[in-house]
Design a protein around this ligand. Structure first.
Ligand SMILES: N=C(N)NCCCC(=O)O
Ligand SMILES: [Zn+2]
Ligand SMILES: [Zn+2]
Length: 326
């Protein structure tokens, strides 16, 4: 860090103020309005009007914030202190219309674009998976078509539900149609469970997606999977979208469309750590529905997932700053 730069303001000191006291921001970090600008803006999108089964992900953003109180400032798995490497701040919530999906999608795209215009990378806490589409639109407006790494039990490349084009099962088909994804670097990880027909898979492959199923992760192991993903992504601008239902219901019961046979939270976190060299430009963690959770199992997993993603972004920001100063 050059001497003229201010040190980032980190989390509240949990040895002085108990971590269960005070309002919850992500990881007890300052609010964006307290620090002015951020390198990584953690933003909530409490929207779940695009779900096909159990509702409730609108309460996910705040559940993840609450569960993130126990996060600590040093990440040993990545040997990095993310909140010292970069200014990470909680940007609050994007208020989207729960009764009008088209309007909500526009609101999320506009608000995300405004945050990106400040130079921040986004760590978004959902909300249901519908919100990935406007987030990708905003990111692609800045970076051009991006590589996508999508962790999910589901493909989310279906066409419509009840005639609706914007739902949590359709964001990535829309994104491919709109040309905002780099179709040479699209991967699903954690895929499993029953489909409507084989065509779901052939359509998905035609769009350019590669699939690493949850069984592949178990058989091949996390290091080999991460190596393969890293090779496919290269140095392209990368967006990572994590549907918490990529985890087994034992690791993430609090979600709207659970499927048996999923990854463990340990596998997810390890694969993410294996992406350390990638140019992660923004990310989301979605589909946490706390009403079906127990003992914060799901929101704790989601908060640690967001912490690993934030660490990846902070490390990349620090590396870019160093190479610019050289
Ligand atoms: N994105 C999530 N979580 N689920 C999509 C499931 C769509 C369906 O009900 O077929
Ligand atoms: Zn899913
Ligand atoms: Zn999904």
């Amino acid at each position: 860090m050059s001497s003229d730069q201010q040190q980032p303001r980190g989390p509240v000191d949990s040895s002085r103020i108990p971590r269960f006291a005070g309002p919850a921001t992500f990881a007890r970090l300052p609010r964006l309005d307290e620090v002015g600008r951020a390198d990584v803006a953690v933003v909530g999108v409490p929207f779940d009007s695009g779900v096909s089964y159990r509702p409730g992900a609108r309460f996910g953003s705040n559940a993840v914030r609450e569960a993130s109180r126990l996060l600590r400032p040093y990440n040993p798995a990545q040997d990095a202190s993310p909140f010292a490497l970069a200014q990470v701040a909680d940007a609050g919530d994007i208020a989207a219309n729960p009764f009008d999906i088209h309007e909500a999608v526009e609101t999320v795209e506009r608000a995300a674009g405004e945050l990106l215009d400040t130079g921040a990378r986004l760590m978004t806490l959902g909300g249901d998976h519908t919100i990935a589409l406007p987030l990708l639109r905003a990111v692609a407006r800045k970076h051009g078509p991006v590589a996508l790494l999508h962790f999910d039990a589901h493909l989310d490349t279906w066409d419509t539900y009840f005639g609706a084009e914007y739902t949590h099962g359709t964001p990535f088909r829309r994104a491919v149609e709109e040309g905002i994804l780099d179709t040479s670097a699209l991967s699903h990880v954690g895929t499993r469970g029953p489909l409507y027909g084989k065509k779901d898979l052939t359509d998905d492959a035609k769009m350019g997606f590669g699939i690493v199923t949850s069984a592949d992760v178990m058989r091949r192991g996390v290091d080999e999977v991460a190596d393969q993903l890293r090779q496919r992504i290269g140095d392209r601008p990368l967006y990572v979208s994590i549907d918490i239902d990529c985890l087994d219901p034992a690791h993430a019961p609090g979600t709207g469309t659970p499927e048996a046979g999923g990854m463990t939270s340990r596998e997810l976190l390890e694969i993410l750590r294996g992406l350390a060299s990638c140019n992660l430009v923004s990310a989301d963690v979605v589909e946490v529905a706390p009403a079906y959770d127990h003992a914060e199992i799901t929101s704790v997993a989601a908060s640690h997932t967001a912490y690993e993603l934030t660490t990846l972004m902070a490390r990349r920001i620090a590396a870019e700053r160093e190479s610019a100063e050289r």
